[in-house]
Design a protein around this ligand. Structure first.
Ligand SMILES: [Zn+2]
Length: 127
């Protein structure tokens, strides 16, 4: 809030037994609020009903001439015509289209092997 006394000023005003209203801006009074909405608004109506002078109506307004700003360079090169695009391949399940980092198969199989206990060091050497 602007042009209102802070809490320290209000405490001083109270100690001195002054009126708070004398230290506030008159813009916060109800008289100023009523004056702000006392004016009239004249609607402009439909555009075909407007009375526009001919010299104003003949002006063609164009969009501003703007230069396109440079963008971040592309990370991947656009392949040439007929060039084979290499797909990413998962090293865990050997499926195309994604890598092992985003593989859902490897997560479920890892969870399965950890619960069963199958893997390295399972004790199969003692035969
Ligand atoms: Zn995978």
């Amino acid at each position: 809030m602007d042009e209102l006394p802070c809490e320290l000023a209000l405490a001083c005003i109270r100690v001195r037994r002054f009126s708070y209203i004398d230290y506030c801006s008159p813009y916060y009074s109800s008289a100023f609020l009523a004056a702000a909405y006392s004016g009239e608004i004249h609607p402009v109506g439909h555009p075909p009903e407007w009375l526009v002078p001919e010299d104003i109506a003949s002006i063609v307004v164009l969009p501003p001439v703007s230069r396109r700003l440079p963008e971040r360079p592309k990370k991947n090169r656009i392949p040439s015509f007929g060039e084979a695009v290499s797909q990413s391949r998962c090293t865990t399940c050997h499926r195309n289209g994604y890598n092992s980092h985003s593989c859902t198969y490897s997560k479920s199989s890892r969870l399965l092997t950890s619960t069963i206990g199958v893997g390295k060091g399972s004790g199969s050497h003692n035969v």
